[in-house]
Design a protein around this ligand. Structure first.
Ligand SMILES: [Zn+2]
Length: 109
């Protein structure tokens, strides 16, 4: 299978993992700045996934706040990765050609 332009472009800021969908879009896992959380989103159909915040669960398990947040972040990344992988395997929505739109608007100015 040949490389696609989607796989070669720079990742948006905050994206820590990216899965190529069958529709040639991506599902991106992103760190939410300042919240110690992640979410995942598809650039094809724009569905998003917000993993459960396990911070309270780990606090109840007698971890310190810092440990609980780190463990919750790791759990959220694992849950997001599972969702992103499953979604990428079946989503056939194609991404809107934003690069083409940008080229058109540059030419018209
Ligand atoms: Zn999708």
């Amino acid at each position: 299978m040949p490389n696609t332009t989607t796989g070669q472009t720079a990742w948006p800021e905050g994206v820590i993992a990216r899965y190529l969908t069958v529709g040639n879009a991506t599902t991106d896992i992103r760190v939410i700045e300042g919240r110690c959380l992640v979410n995942a989103a598809c650039t094809g159909c724009h569905v998003t996934y917000q993993p459960f915040d396990y911070t309270g669960y780990f606090l109840d398990s007698e971890y310190s706040l810092e440990e609980a947040e780190q463990k919750a972040l790791a759990s959220a990344q694992q849950d997001s990765a599972k969702w992103a992988q499953l979604h990428a395997e079946k989503c056939r929505a194609m991404p809107r050609p934003a690069a083409a739109d940008a080229t058109v608007s540059l030419r018209s100015t």
